[in-house]
Design a protein around this ligand. Structure first.
Ligand SMILES: C[S@@+](CC[C@H](N)C(=O)[O-])C[C@H]1O[C@@H](n2cnc3c(N)ncnc32)[C@H](O)[C@@H]1O
Length: 411
């Protein structure tokens, strides 16, 4: 029985949170996970369809695994009863942007001896029938930090989910703002905020609107100037959770200008754009050097899609191979002559050099002897010592108030 518009069921601790042993989850579940699970359970107790659950960006499996465990136990058969398990698994669909989150979910599933759903691909906005979103009745997600990501997800749900879909989007009070409601309201006519619990809250969106214009990837025109040469016009495209959206990162601008001034690329056959984001590095170099092939890799599914869109928008898709990969794991040892990297300096909300250090070690493994890594980073960070230790002799090529560009030669 569906609740009238604006009404949501009362939420209380449910079987989903009370019977699942969360202590073995790593990273642990948080208050938003618990509130999302109890809110979903309240809808299901109220008679809302339990099959067709879509879980977006479940970082550790804290949402997926309790839902799966409960569906399997509700099937009323031992875990070995394959048909019941298969039904339960296929009732739950998971889309993860970062490859690391996908691997984390698989790891935790093994820990709980649960069959993790095969992660679905992040669909393109113009995908006619994205499997993960088609016909779903319930969506569970943490509110993403970027409104663009929320807008893309809301559009895909509105376009492809069942008409009775209940979208539960949870967040910490301190990270939530009214713009999030507005993004949801563009796609759903019934959006309401629930009661807070443990400084967290759920936005519920229902009743997909019928008259929403098609969502398009975002695009923006830029120009990069290089001394002694005509400036290069560049179109940057982005969708979903891509770092920086369609912006041209100022550090990347300096990296490219410096690498060009170093005259490294004329004559080179291949270079790796490590952490390609919206594809700035790949598209710029492919536009300027007609013989150069780029391997663009990023662990974010949206970044890989954005890189492909940018490559196509600049007419260089035939020389840019974009792949989703964690820390160059798909590239062989000592296989690359040139790598360009603008590493992340955040882990979640905190400044943390660990992520960048891991990428520098990955570049060290993949560089052939004598190969070079061009790197840009915030000048206050101490990456130069790590670059020298992990890769080899490191020279500072440029430095401005904010950024430092270095080249390291693999020894
Ligand atoms: C600072 S952004 C730079 C993006 C782009 N190159 C630019 O200049 O705008 C860093 C990029 O590294 C990616 N990244 C972070 N960790 C990664 C990993 N473990 N493996 C692959 N890519 C990663 C992020 O998704 C992000 O797109």
């Amino acid at each position: 029985m569906s609740l009238p518009a604006g009404q949501t069921p009362d939420v209380h601790p449910s079987q989903l949170t009370e019977t699942f042993d969360f202590t073995r989850l790593s990273p642990p579940a948080d208050a938003v996970d618990m509130l999302l699970l109890d809110t979903a359970a309240a809808w299901w107790e109220h008679g809302h369809a339990r099959d067709g659950v879509l879980i977006l960006d479940d970082r550790s499996g804290a949402l997926t695994l309790p839902v799966l465990a409960s569906l399997i136990s509700d099937a009323g058969r031992p875990r070995a009863a394959c048909a019941a398990v298969e039904d339960a698994v296929s009732a739950v669909r998971v889309v993860q942007d970062e490859l690391g989150a996908e691997l984390g979910l698989q790891r935790n599933a093994r820990r709980y001896e649960l069959p993790a759903p095969v992660p679905a691909e992040l669909p393109a906005l113009n995908d006619a029938e994205p499997e993960a979103f088609a016909g779903v009745h319930t969506v569970l997600m943490h509110l993403p930090r970027s409104l663009e990501t929320l807008a893309d997800w809301a559009w895909l749900i509105r376009q492809h989910a069942a008409a009775d879909v209940v979208v539960l989007a949870g967040g910490r009070d301190k990270h939530m703002n009214h713009s999030m409601n507005q993004v949801l309201e563009k796609n759903f006519s019934d959006v309401s905020a629930g009661r807070g619990r443990s400084k967290s809250r759920i936005l519920t969106a229902r009743a997909p609107r019928g008259d929403v214009p098609a969502a398009e990837p975002r695009t923006q025109a830029h120009q990069i100037s290089v001394p002694g040469a005509a400036p290069t016009d560049l179109i940057l495209c982005s969708m979903g959770a891509t770092y920086g959206g369609t912006k041209l990162d100022p550090g990347t601008r300096l990296l490219l200008q410096t690498a060009e001034a170093h005259a490294e690329f004329p004559g080179a056959e291949e270079a790796v754009d490590f952490g390609s984001g919206n594809g700035t590095v790949s598209a710029f170099l492919a536009l300027r050097h007609r013989e150069l092939r780029m391997i663009a890799t990023d662990h974010s599914a949206s970044a890989v899609q954005s890189t492909r869109l940018t490559a196509a928008a600049n007419g260089v898709a035939d020389r840019i191979e974009a792949m989703r990969d964690d820390a160059l794991s798909r590239l062989a040892d000592s296989s690359a002559e040139l790598i360009l990297l603008n590493p992340p300096f955040h882990q979640g909300n905190a400044v943390d050099p660990a992520a960048a250090n891991r990428l520098i070690r990955a570049a060290a493994r993949v560089l052939a002897p004598g190969g070079r890594l061009y790197c840009v980073y915030n000048s206050h960070l101490k990456h130069r010592a790590v670059l020298t230790r992990e890769i080899g002799p490191t020279q500072q090529l440029a430095r401005d108030a904010r950024f430092t560009v270095t080249v390291s030669t693999a020894s």
